[in-house]
Design a protein around this ligand. Structure first.
Ligand code: ASP
Ligand code: MG
Length: 465
């Protein structure tokens, strides 16, 4: 069985839906299709929930209806859409009820319960899956829609950012999903053991698809987007990006954590556990045969690329703990990390020396961290400073730390940028090097490193798939 995921970007242009249907028809059965919301719909739902006081529900719902209808009418003749219109209206009626409930609670409490928030935001995906199912049926393709709450995609953790309970979900999904047909499942959310709808976080439908692939032991997870594959950098920043035909899970993970927002970072985890490859396709390049642009898997084919990606993130801040003795006193790091853990502040990574422990956090956690640190003292720490306005540049490639040629090129590139390198770390996972530079210089650093690594060579990499 294969799990196929269509991102919101596949449902943006007129005619895209026609393409999606053509692709689904070409796949062998059984097949599970996971869908995102139409491009931008989740953000609209989110905005509306944040502005309950100012929105007109009737108009908002009608706009949603029109958007989905428009897509539908690009594919099928107007006269045949009555049933689908009715179904869409029914689902939107459910959404309207949720909004009415939200309004009511908002008036009384000044806020809405997290559960209701998550439920409302899940409707982007619910509308797409319904639309797709009805269209396939209309075209005579046998299929069914199974919602995650009925499939048994069980989650734990917080609303808005839950994790999938893979073991429990696997038991339930195997019972609830047909092993002969096409099953369409809306992505982006699951259900907690208590029966609450919980979102899986921004871009969460990749993670849904990966978790589902795990549960049904899929032989691949095929992701369709409107990009030409996984590139070595952001084409908006770097002119000469190249297509990366193969990545290992850990390379993809590093890249999705730091800037290359191609996947929800948790996507890789369920797949790694069962060695299920991700195959990345471009919806605009489908001409009847399945030829992935990029494959992400556990094994590394013979590769001559010096790096798989050069990327950056501005979402970091550094807390520096200094003291002449921190390097030789036992337990200081655990004191500090225990403190962060106790306050629920996530540490992204740590760079230490004999006289300084540097804790790297997400920017949004800094304020809270400063507040709680004011009241705390750690043994042998004489000074605490906060470094902001830094960006992290990551160069990713399995084994990069052992590749002297790549290291020299990176240093060469840095030499040419007239900016100070604040910190540098490599070798922790073997697949990445992190360079902390002033944010004002990060684009230049990314461009120069990319050029230095990629410019002088011709790379041939073989896909194994
Ligand atoms: N629709 C959700 C979002 O925009 C989930 C997804 O697209 O993967 O984040
Ligand atoms: Mg999306």
């Amino acid at each position: 069985m294969k799990v196929v995921k269509f991102g919101g970007s596949c449902l943006k242009e007129p005619g895209n839906l026609r393409k999606v249907i053509e692709i689904i028809e070409k796949y062998e059965r059984p097949l599970i299709v996971v869908v995102s919301a139409l491009h931008g719909v989740t953000s609209e739902l989110e905005r509306s929930v944040g502005n309950l006081k100012f929105i007109d529900i009737e108009i908002f719902i009608e706009t949603l209806f029109r958007r989905h209808l428009k897509l539908l009418q690009d594919v099928v003749n107007h006269s045949t859409t009555t049933r689908i219109e009715r179904k869409l209206r029914e689902r939107l009626e459910e959404l309207k009820e949720k909004y009415e409930l939200a309004m009511k609670t908002f008036r009384i409490l000044g806020e809405i319960p997290e559960e209701l928030h998550d439920k409302i935001l899940s409707y982007g995906e619910r509308l797409t899956s319904l639309l797709l199912k009805e269209l396939l049926l209309l075209k005579g393709v046998e299929c069914e829609e199974v919602l995650p709450e009925n499939a048994g995609l069980i989650t734990y953790g917080t609303f808005g950012n839950a994790f999938v309970d893979l073991v429990e979900s696997a038991k339930r999904l195997r019972r609830n999903i047909s092993s002969s047909r096409i099953t369409i499942i809306p992505g982006f959310y699951g259900v907690s053991r208590e029966g609450h709808i919980t979102l899986l976080g921004k871009e969460g439908s990749d993670y849904s698809a990966a978790a589902i692939a795990y549960c049904v032991d899929a032989d691949s997870m095929d992701v369709w987007k409107d990009v030409p594959g996984f590139m070595s950098g952001d084409p908006d920043i770097i002119e000469e990006v190249v297509l990366i035909p193969h990545l290992t899970y850990s390379e993809a993970l590093e890249l999705s954590y730091f800037g290359a927002r191609i996947f929800h970072p948790l996507t890789m985890e369920p797949l790694m556990k069962k060695s299920i490859p991700i195959r990345l396709f471009n919806i605009n390049e489908f001409f009847g045969v399945f030829e992935p642009n990029t494959i992400i898997s556990g094994d590394e084919p013979i590769a001559s690329l010096p790096a798989k990606g050069v990327t950056f993130t501005d979402d970091i801040a550094v807390v520096k703990f200094e003291g002449g003795e921190v390097g030789r006193r036992p337990g200081i790091l655990s004191e500090i990390s225990g403190f962060f853990g106790k306050h629920g502040i996530n540490i992204k990574f740590v760079i230490t020396s004999q006289t300084s422990i540097n804790v790297i956090l997400a920017k949004q956690d800094l304020k809270r961290c400063e507040d709680v640190l004011k009241e705390t003292k750690f043994s042998f720490v004489e000074k605490v400073t906060y470094l902001t306005n830094l960006s992290l540049v990551a160069v990713v490639r399995e084994g990069i730390i052992n590749n002297q040629d790549a290291l020299i090129r990176i240093l060469d590139a840095l030499k040419r940028v007239k900016a100070s390198v604040e910190m540098l770390s490599g070798g922790a996972s073997g697949s990445s090097i992190y360079i902390l530079v002033p944010s004002a210089n990060r684009l230049e650093v990314v461009r120069k490193i990319h050029r230095e690594l990629f410019a002088h060579s011709i790379y041939i990499e073989t896909n194994t798939g």
